[in-house]
Design a protein around this ligand. Sequence first.
Ligand code: TYC
Length: 117
Amino acid sequence: MTALPFLMQDDDGAEGNTPGRGTSVITRTKPKAKRPSLYRVLLLNDDYTPMEFVIHILERFFQKDREAATRIMLHVHNHGVGECGVFTYEVAETKVSQVMEFSRQHQHPLQCVMEKK
Ligand code: TYC
């Protein structure tokens, strides 16, 4: 965190930004751009979802090429969980919903979750 310059504003009616006799509020002069929190979207392993279907999910919803999608799928298969990408809250939530709905439509038990970084 870096300190920012402040401008003192008061209600004494005088020109300028010096404190007068009135009560004062401290006003931030520089707009504060807060970085949004980031969320990992994770795939969970199961015994039933076909490997090819998981690769397709990674290509379709996470813009992975075949090589990256295969690497991530195998990581999930071997370790139980793996990262598909990192997004802001709303984007992560949308990805999770899309993957869950698409898997449900194809009657696969694939699970997709998000976690705060
Ligand atoms: N374990 C599955 C199989 O052997 C493949 C799989 C990989 C399933 C990743 C889910 O997130 C997953 N068919």
